[in-house]
Design a binder for this molecule. Structure first.
Ligand SMILES: *[C@@H]1O[C@H](CO)[C@@H](O)[C@H](O)[C@H]1NC(C)=O
Ligand SMILES: *[C@@H]1O[C@H](CO)[C@@H](O)[C@H](O)[C@H]1NC(C)=O
Ligand SMILES: *[C@@H]1O[C@H](CO)[C@@H](O)[C@H](O)[C@H]1NC(C)=O
Length: 459
C-alpha cells in the first residue's frame, strides 16, 4: 500500500516537472482558522487527501444548531463570531455539551433525520446542550475534498468551543463524529491545543480513520477518551482499532445489512433499554466461540457500548503503556431494530451419541418464547461439528422451546436418522444485561413426528 502510493507520488511529481504545470498551491491560509498544507495526506489513512487543500470557509459554511431541553424542536443558531448568538440562545454553560458531526455527503435534510433523532434521545436521557454541526456544502464534493475540508470545520468548531469556554465557562464537551465527522472532532480538539482538556471524550461512529494519526495529535496535553464503534467487521479498514476502546457489535444474522454504528449508538441512548454489555476479546472468531465471556474480577474486561462507554475510563487510566491501552470489545446484536437485545447467550449443543455427522446436519435453530414468538438462527456450518459453543443473542427473553432443523440436503449424512441431541445448554454467564448467571437446560421431547426436526422443551 505504502510503496504503491509512494510510486504514484513519484510519477505525479515527474509529471509536474515535465509538463511544467503552473506552480501548484501547497498551502492556504484563512484568517482566524489556520494555514493548511498538503500534510494532511497520509499514505495509509488518508490517501485521498493527496495534493488536496481545503475549500474556502465561506463556501463550506458549517452551521452549529443548538437543541436543549428548553428548545427540543426549534434550534438556535450559534455563531462563534457573535457572542450575542450564545447569550440569546438556550445554551446553559453549566451543563455538559454533546456535539454531533455528520460525515461524507450528509447533513442538511438528509443527515438531519438521524442527527435530530440522536439529539432527541440524548435530551430525553440527560440534561445537556446538543450542538449539531451541519457542514453539508463542504461534505458534498469528491471524497478527498470533503476529507480535507474537515480541517476547516474542525477549526471552526474549535473556535466555537473556545468561545463557549472563555466567555461562558462551559468546560465539558463530548464530540460524536460519524465517518468523516470523526476527523472534524479530532481537529477541533487539536485546534484547542493546551485547552484540549475541554473535550473529555470523542465517540467515533464508523470513523474514517484513527484520530491519533492526525497531524498534531500527539502534541496534545490532554488526549480525550475515544470510544469507537465499528459496524462492519468484514470490511478491511474497520478491523483496525481507532480509539481507546473499540467496539464491534456483531450482527446475529449475516444477511445484507446497512446497519451503521450510528444506529447502534442511537439505540443505546434509549432510556429503557438494558445496558449493552460488550466483552474484551482478541478477535471476532474467538468471541463467537464463547472464549471471552468473563468480565474479570473488577469488571475490567467488559465495557458498555454507547453513552456509558466512558465508565471504562477508570480502567484505561491505570494503564501506562500506550499500546496496551487500545482494547477490542465484542457483542452480539440483532440485525434489525432494536439492535441491542437483552441477552447474549452461549449455546452448547451436546450430542448424545457423539455422532458428529448428525450435528453437522443441523443448520438452523428456532427459538420460541412463551407467546410462541419465534426467532430463527442460521448456524455456522462448522459450529456443531467441533462441539464448540457459539455466542449469540436472541430476542425471546422467556424461552420455552427450541427446534433444531436438519438441512434436507445434508440429511443423508445422518443416514436418515433423527439427530440425537439430548440437551442444549443456554448460558448467559454474566453476559446478560439483566438476569441471572445461569444455565437453562432443554431436553428432548418426542412430540414432533417430523424426522428432520428435533424439539426440545425446557426441563
Ligand atoms: C429553561 O426553561 C426554564 C423554565 O421554563 C427557565 O427557568 C430557564 O431559564 C430556561 N433555561 C434556558 C437556558 O433558557
Ligand atoms: C443551567 O443548568 C443548571 C444545572 O442543571 C441549572 O441549575 C440552572 O438553573 C440552569 N440555568 C438556566 C438558566 O436554565
Ligand atoms: C483469534 O485470536 C486467537 C487468540 O485469542 C488466535 O489463536 C486466533 O488465531 C485468532 N484468529 C484470527 C482469525 O485472527
Amino acid at each position: 500500500m505504502q510503496s504503491t502510493n509512494a510510486m504514484i507520488y513519484f510519477v505525479l511529481v515527474l509529471l509536474f516537472i515535465n509538463l511544467n504545470v503552473s506552480v501548484a498551491i501547497r498551502s492556504v491560509t484563512y484568517n482566524g482558522i489556520g494555514t493548511f498544507t498538503w500534510n494532511f495526506y497520509d499514505p495509509v489513512y488518508r490517501p485521498s487527501a493527496f495534493l488536496m487543500l481545503p475549500q474556502n470557509p465561506d463556501k463550506i459554511d458549517p452551521s452549529f444548531h443548538l437543541f436543549t431541553r428548553n428548545n427540543t424542536e426549534q434550534y438556535d443558531v450559534l455563531d462563534y463570531k457573535e457572542q450575542d448568538s450564545i447569550t440569546h440562545s438556550h445554551f446553559n454553560s453549566s451543563l455538559p455539551t454533546k456535539v454531533v458531526i455528520h460525515g461524507f455527503r450528509d447533513g442538511e435534510q438528509i443527515g438531519y433525520r438521524w442527527m435530530k433523532k440522536m439529539s432527541d434521545r440524548m435530551l430525553e436521557r440527560e440534561n445537556v446542550n446538543v450542538i449539531l454541526v451541519d457542514w453539508y456544502a463542504g461534505s458534498f464534493g469528491m471524497y478527498g475534498q470533503a476529507m480535507v475540508n474537515t480541517q476547516i470545520v474542525g477549526a471552526m468548531l474549535g473556535n466555537l468551543i473556545s468561545m463557549l469556554a472563555n466567555s461562558f465557562g462551559a468546560n465539558n464537551f463530548h464530540l460524536i463524529g460519524d465517518c468523516l465527522g470523526v476527523y472534524v472532532a479530532g481537529i477541533a480538539t487539536i485546534f484547542l491545543g493546551g485547552k484540549s482538556s475541554l473535550v473529555n471524550r470523542i465517540t467515533s461512529l464508523d470513523g474514517s480513520g484513527p484520530i491519533y494519526t492526525l497531524p498534531g495529535y500527539n502534541l496534545l496535553s490532554n488526549q480525550p477518551f475515544i470510544d469507537a464503534i465499528h459496524s462492519d467487521p468484514s470490511f478491511f479498514t474497520y478491523q483496525q482499532t481507532c480509539g481507546t476502546i473499540d467496539f464491534w457489535p456483531l450482527l446475529q444474522r449475516t444477511t445484507m445489512n446497512n446497519v451503521r454504528a450510528r444506529d447502534m449508538y442511537i439505540d443505546s441512548l434509549k432510556k429503557d433499554i438494558p445496558q449493552p454489555k460488550t466483552f474484551e476479546c482478541e478477535n471476532e472468531s474467538s468471541f463467537k466461540q464463547g472464549k471471552c465471556t468473563d468480565c474479570g474480577s473488577n469488571g475490567e474486561k467488559c465495557a458498555l457500548l454507547g453513552p456509558n462507554a466512558i465508565d471504562y475510563k477508570k480502567f484505561v487510566d491505570e494503564i501506562s503503556d500506550e499500546n496496551q491501552k487500545r482494547k477490542r470489545f465484542f457483542m452480539i446484536t440483532n440485525s434489525v431494530e432494536p439492535y441491542l437485545s437483552k441477552y447474549q447467550y452461549i449455546i452448547k449443543i451436546k450430542n448424545n451419541n457423539l455422532n458428529w455427522l448428525s450435528i453437522f446436519s443441523i443448520d438452523s435453530i428456532k427459538f420460541y418464547d412463551s407467546n410462541g414468538k419465534v426467532d430463527h438462527l442460521i448456524l455456522n456450518t462448522w459450529m456443531g461439528l467441533s462441539n464448540i459453543p457459539c455466542v449469540l443473542s436472541i430476542m425471546p427473553n422467556n424461552l420455552k422451546k427450541i427446534k433444531l432443523i436438519q438441512n434436507p440436503h445434508r440429511y443423508w449424512m445422518n443416514l436418515g436418522k433423527r439427530i440425537d441431541v439430548c440437551v442444549i445448554d443456554l448460558t448467559y454467564p454474566n453476559m446478560g444485561m439483566e438476569g441471572p448467571s445461569n444455565v437453562i437446560k432443554f431436553c428432548l421431547s418426542n412430540d414432533d413426528g417430523d424426522m428432520q426436526t428435533v424439539v426440545l422443551n425446557r426441563c
